[in-house]
Design a binder for this molecule. Structure first.
Ligand SMILES: [Zn+2]
Length: 394
């Protein structure tokens, strides 16, 4: 078996609702049968492999049932599997996305996620309203025998409004925007997606909005007065949160999206999403499998680059410990024309698949994130029914 360079040495997945867990300890060639002992002490799980100890701290309300750890009788292709039972007194659910947090009559700053530049300052909203969901226009298309009567009647925010889409905010621009935002008209060929709906507005040109300081893409100009910011590109800071440390880009993207997928699935019972460009070109088919996972992982002792563990959680000595983190588990397929053609086609025709638009560069980053996660998993957990498996931490 080939080992990916970044593959986890130890990987733990706990399912809160199933009250069960699976621990996989990779076996490398010669050390085929490592001495392994797993023990639970209240709120933590201790894993001893040969001389080294690894400790997973569990979230409050979740404990491993003592004596429930059962090693599989044989070492699997990708290592030793240990199954265990959980006792869950309190479900651990991480915070919601920024969309659920915005309130009226509070002061917010909108910052560029990439460089931290303030884009909009001291915004106070009189109304914070959700927009009809992503399939709304498609549904109208299907119901009407003539062209969409609402196509030219966009819902636009007025001054002091914040309208919330699935993945974006619609806001009015103010005089300060000239100093912080740059605009550029997309070349038409970039915008020609496979989705036929985007072609129903001939002459529609996408005007990209960028950070003037660092040129990062932020969203689009909907009209000359209204700007669309994607939740994956801006940080919304409220007055009482003074902390403005810039999060690592992929970490921010992962959390922003995981939180939003969780909300959309619980509010609308939607589990299949088509991640697409603003022009409607499908990039990733994403199937939300469950939202109750807690995951933890370790790289082998003294191997440092582990994308799932932040530097603060890592101790490069005999004892490593980390926190089990809430995650959503997804199945996905990249929409590559050469591969998965039938599956992509079926999804595009299926009206129950929820479209989620993100800037093209963000779709690419997301695919990078998912692919890196998949390749770090134990081999037996990497795919399911021809889909690839990944986790997004919330
Ligand atoms: Zn910037």
């Amino acid at each position: 078996m080939e080992l990916a360079v970044n593959q986890h040495y130890i990987f733990l997945e706990l399912r809160q609702r199933l009250q069960s867990g699976l621990l996989v300890i990779r076996s490398d060639g010669a050390a085929d049968k490592p001495e392994v002992s797993v023990s639970s002490g209240g709120s933590s799980l201790k894993i001893c492999v040969s001389e080294c100890e690894y400790e997973v701290k569990l979230t409050p309300g979740v404990t491993v049932v003592e004596g429930s750890c059962q090693k599989s009788p044989e070492v699997n292709d990708d290592g030793l599997h240990v199954r265990l039972r959980l006792k869950v007194d309190q479900y651990s659910e991480a915070s919601d996305s920024v969309i659920e947090h915005l309130k009226v009559q509070e002061k917010y700053d909108f910052l560029c996620q990439s460089c931290g530049a303030v884009l909009l300052k001291d915004r106070v909203f009189r109304r914070v309203l959700p927009l009809p969901n992503g399939n709304w226009n498609t549904l109208v298309d299907d119901w009407c025998c003539h062209p969409d009567p609402f196509a030219n009647k966009k819902l636009l925010p007025q001054k002091e409004d914040c309208l919330l889409g699935d993945t974006y905010f619609l806001l009015t621009q103010d005089s300060g925007c000239d100093l912080t935002l740059a605009q550029q008209v997309d070349s038409p060929h970039v915008n020609s997606g496979s989705n036929q709906h985007s072609e129903k507005t001939p002459g529609h040109r996408n005007v990209g909005v960028f950070c003037k300081k660092c040129s990062a893409v932020l969203g689009e100009a909907v009209t000359t007065d209204v700007v669309k910011f994607y939740i994956t590109e801006v940080v919304v800071k409220s007055e009482d949160k003074q902390c403005t440390t810039i999060q690592h880009r992929l970490q921010f993207l992962e959390r922003a999206l995981a939180g939003r997928l969780f909300e959309l699935s619980s509010a609308q019972s939607t589990f299949r999403f088509s991640i697409q460009t603003p022009g409607g070109k499908a990039m990733i088919m994403l199937w939300l499998l469950n939202t109750d996972a807690l995951i933890a992982s370790f790289c082998e002792k003294a191997r440092s680059s582990d994308s799932l563990i932040s530097a603060a959680d890592r101790h490069l000595d005999e004892h490593q410990s980390c926190l089990a983190l809430c995650a959503v588990k997804v199945l996905y397929l990249p929409c590559t024309p050469s591969k998965h053609h039938e599956a992509v086609d079926a999804w595009e025709k299926d009206i129950s698949v929820h479209p989620l638009a993100l800037p093209q560069s963000t779709c690419e980053e997301l695919l990078e994130l998912l692919t890196a996660c998949t390749s770090s998993l134990p081999a037996s957990l990497r795919s399911m029914n021809s889909y690839q498996v990944a986790y997004l931490r919330r």
